[in-house]
Design a protein around this ligand. Sequence first.
Ligand SMILES: *Cc1c(COP(=O)(O)O)cnc(C)c1O
Length: 341
Amino acid sequence: MRIIDLRSDTVTRPGKEMLEAMFSAPVGDDVFQEDPTVNELEQYVAELFGMEAAIYASSGTQTNQIAINVHVQPGDEVITHVDSHVYKYEGGGIAKNSGASVRLLDGNRGRLRLDDIQKWINNPEDVHLPLTRLVSLEDTANRGGGAIYDFEEIKKISSFCREHSLPLHLDGARLMNAMVENGVDLKVYASQFDSISLCLSKGLGAPVGSVLIGKKDFIKKARRVRKVFGGGMRQAGIIAAGGLYALKNNVERLKVDHEHAKALEGALNECAWVKEVIPVETNIVVAVLKDEENRDRIIAKFTEKGIKTIAFGPGMIRMVTHLDVSVEDIDYTIAVIRSVS
Ligand SMILES: *Cc1c(COP(=O)(O)O)cnc(C)c1O
């Protein structure tokens, strides 16, 4: 039976050409910064974003947690969205790794608004209050159904943060999905942030790894923290080569995933059992069911037909399109969506 895995865009496998690039990559010991492929990847990413430096790490959780650890001291406060990955899906890492507290804000589909951030900057003269030391955004917002930030809002948040000497971090796990749609220049976009985490193993299709981007002195500190977190890898060029290949070959094609996601949205919107689909902006499709109780039964029906989907909270099912989902897979999935009741 054909299996179509729509649980996440992390499930992609390296294709022949990517594997060849990995197989033939020159390698060295990256803890000594002597892996030519890791060095090339870090330099490539830094230049792509017009930032000073970058560091390769094993996962997006690791790059986010390293960034937070460099930006804050124990007891400081991080402002982020209540549904953000850095808070919700990193095992309590902000508290555990950095001893920091969080101020969780609401916001439309995972996106913070300047007005809300402004209200929650603690007065540093008041000894009762933790020092607000970081704002962390997510673009695209996973729990927001792959929502893209309005760049005008980012610019406002960024200039406010700079006025208050408040670092601004971006969890850009799916940043490239946003960038192929929002029409903003990568360097102009990146210049708004003090640090950016970019996943290579989501829609870009590399098997392992994320990159953290920032100023030279920030990345120097990040290198120390990566080691402390047990993230110093040796001949990591083997996997970094997959990331480099992904960035050079798989960015523009993300638009195909977005078209596929739109097609799924259309089919789901016609289903009697679907209350609404969170409007699709990128590669994430979230269907909200009329009857919460139906969720696991419907997921099981898809599984019977070889389509893997994932529960996304009460009464919600998520499907994510990616590199290993073909147009034929989408047509088949749409047929199954129509047959499920
Ligand atoms: C996937 C993801 C990450 C990183 O996850 P890892 O599994 O650690 O690579 C970070 N932020 C968001 C929004 C994500 O979707």
